[in-house]
Design a protein around this ligand. Structure first.
Ligand SMILES: [Zn+2]
Ligand SMILES: [Zn+2]
Length: 421
């Protein structure tokens, strides 16, 4: 099908289309072959339509500017309330256990009952967020220029400075709060970070710090803690293979089966309630998260300028191929430094390929169960708003200095990745 001239005809609408060797050939007229491998999951048409509609309503709400106050939308408040109910459970168990010990007699009965209650309380207790042990921490004194930039962005948004930067080999950037002091940490994934132009770096850092400012990490922690309580409950109230076995054995031996039947009955009643609750919490949380992404994008546009914010989002579409380029370089390339291979993979990507991935995001990501809204809607929202100019500017020299500051930690990350391959 490929011709020498680097053009071919679309088999669907006969439009002339360009062929970029090494990239997918697709038609910009009729979207032929935009998604050559097909979607991961097959969903019925009505469901896809519903999900497109939901994505569009959220988009329109933000486009008309009705959501101005970040944080407290209905989905988020509902997610918080649903979580709070669950987080009270471990507390009730702990207080109950102590109360049994103090007030209930005889002691030989209260001690085992209290032990059960305290055990449940401890098992369900919320835990502080930890960093991935593979991440390499970069501190203020290791990277003065990077932290100066982060401080500038934080000041311009009005949020506290970050305590540390965590470097890893994942194809993304993130914001989190670590430990019981909830110290703000920015995570930089080398495959994405390396391929960014200076102002795109400002945009993505501002997006992440925007999450911090809007309380999204706190929200994520509360919902995450509630979800882990739900997981434990789900496990406790789902029929285990062992339960079945015990019941069968009791039948065969002709012994009492009432406990086994009771367990089955409780599982049949409580199990679906727990699963329904988990589903509802999940939906509310995803809705709140999608909105949070749009709002963080808005912050990115205000700090880095709207053009850089939109470009930066388009770069994130290449993060997975950057990650593959990095792995390939670590495996096979002897002459080219791995991070240089990532840079090339990004800069050599034709505009048409980025456009294809934007369209692909419309086909694949317009889903209520994906944590981020589709990238094409996110860039569209940034571009339909009045253009903004940058409040924080990163020059090329400073951007290169940051790369040098990160080099020792990056070397350690690459070494780990090489060992894992
Ligand atoms: Zn076509
Ligand atoms: Zn985000």
């Amino acid at each position: 099908m490929q011709t020498d001239a680097g053009v071919t005809r679309c088999p669907q609408c006969a439009q002339q289309i360009r062929v970029d060797p090494g990239y997918v050939t697709w038609c910009d007229q009729c979207d032929w072959n935009v998604d050559p491998t097909g979607p991961d999951h097959k969903h019925p048409a009505w469901r896809l339509k519903l999900e497109h509609q939901l994505a569009d309503t959220l988009y329109r709400e933000l486009e008309t500017g009705r959501v101005n106050r970040p944080g407290w939308d209905l989905a988020r408040v509902t997610a918080y309330l649903l979580s709070a109910v669950l987080l009270v459970l471990p507390l009730v168990a702990l207080i109950g256990g102590v109360a049994l010990l103090v007030f209930y007699r005889p002691l030989w009965l209260s001690i085992p009952m209290a032990a059960v209650a305290l055990g449940i309380g401890l098992m369900l207790r919320p835990r502080a967020a930890r960093l991935d042990p593979d991440a390499e921490l970069v501190h203020r004194e290791d990277a003065p220029v990077l932290f100066r930039l982060l401080d500038q962005i934080a000041a311009s948004i009005g949020t506290p400075r970050v305590a540390a930067v965590a470097l890893d080999a994942e194809p993304n950037l993130y914001f989190t709060r670590v430990g019981w002091r909830f110290r703000p940490v920015i995570g930089l994934g080398l495959p994405l970070w390396t391929g960014l132009r200076p102002q795109e770096r400002v945009a993505l850092l501002a997006h992440e710090l925007g999450h911090g400012k809007n309380g999204d990490a706190r929200h994520g922690w509360v919902v995450g803690a509630a979800e882990s309580v739900l997981e434990q409950l789900e496990e406790a109230f789902t029929e285990q293979p062992y339960d079945e076995y015990k019941l069968d054995a009791a039948h065969d031996l002709g012994t009492d089966t009432s406990v086994g039947h009771l367990t089955r009955l409780i599982n049949a009643v409580v199990g679906p309630i727990v699963r329904g609750y988990a589903w509802l919490l999940d939906r509310m949380n995803l809705r709140a998260n999608q909105r949070a992404e749009y709002l963080a994008d808005r912050t990115a546009g205000e700090v880095a300028g709207s053009d850089a914010a939109a470009w930066a989002l388009e770069r994130t579409l290449l993060a997975d191929s950057s990650h593959r380029a990095l792995e390939r370089a670590l495996r096979f390339e002897k002459d080219l430094p791995p991070l240089e291979a990532v840079r090339r993979a990004v800069t050599e990507t034709p505009k048409r390929e980025i456009e294809r991935r934007l369209r692909l995001s419309r086909l694949r990501e317009t889903r209520t169960d994906s944590s981020h809204p589709p990238t094409y809607l996110r860039t569209k929202l940034i571009r339909t708003r009045a253009a903004t100019s940058a409040r924080v500017v990163l020059g090329l020299d400073d951007s290169r200095t940051i790369d040098r500051e990160l080099a020792p930690a990056a070397e350690r990350v690459l070494k780990q990745l090489r060992a894992a391959l």
